[in-house]
Design a protein. Sequence first.
Length: 356
Amino acid sequence: MTHSPRSSRAGGTLGQACAVAHPNIALVKYWGKKDGGGNRPAVGSISMTLNGMATQTCVRFTGSGGDDRIRLGGAEADANTHRRVRALLDRLRRYVPDAGAAEVESVNDFPTGAGLASSASGFAALLVAAEAALGLRLSEDERSCLAREASGSAPRSLYGGFVEMSTGQSPDGSDAVARPLLPPADWPLHVVVAVIREEEKEIGSGEGMRRSFATSPYAAAWVSSHPADLVEAREAIRHHDFSRLAAVSEASCLKMHALAMSARPGLLYWRGATVEALHEIVALRRGGHEVFFTVDAGPQVKAVCTSEALAAVRERLLSIAGVRRLIVCRLGEGARLLAPEEPCAGGRDVRRKVNQ
Ligand code: 2P0
């Protein structure tokens, strides 16, 4: 993709910046990539950005050579994460060739790599912080594209509330971007995350998608039936139609997992408590509570509900053996820079160096 000529250097000296971003959960799921590079999604998606979990990331460019130093949760990043972070930094450094090596510190206040969209919030926060640290001013679409190349779900965390990510038509991916659909305050829903296992999953989403598309007999049907789900969800969100959103979201979730399970070898992200939680949520809805489920590439179950249903949902999910704890969220805001005086869990060392 091309980033110029709209990008511009905002001026000033190279510096450091910190940003916060929240994970998002997809109601109409992204699963699968287009051939030809650029990490373009094979299908569009619609998500909710959540406020109860956050990634905080600080980036500092040193102006001198050497390798990037990348720390996640206080420890050196593993080789795969290091490679992905460096790839995004390299794309940004094309604008500022004298930026030098970066120091990155990032902290999640929720389990990492366990189906809770840590790559979405992580890469959204990294992009916003690095852009500011380099003094760049990217367009919204450029920001979306850079986030997407790092992680397909990350552009959705750039915005708050309900967000749609497009698969785009252009071969260069320049229109595979995220757009906000509805601000968080417009529909005050809750999301209760039932944490079932905090360990990192064995098969990451990227590998799961590749395997599903390479081997499942259902991949073509997933792609061809997807646009109707997007239309349905968009309409439900526009009209604040809870039961319509519930129906299309649960259908998209189960369809995605059916696709993953039908890969060879099959991908089974669920544990026993996952299935129990799905049954309990359906039973609550039959009992008159406004609640529906979604599950991502991990065992955790997310229950989307109204304020009226919240107490019953919490009680019922906590009663399931195998549910370790709940994280209760509302719709959250998009990624943003932290002001210098705001505390940043991800940037203690980076900030200390700058202030010395
Ligand atoms: C989603 N997931 O729409 C779907 C549902 C997981 C299940 O987007 O390879 O980590 O970095 O583009 O963004 C997780 O996929 O994948 C994801 P990459 P990503 O939320």
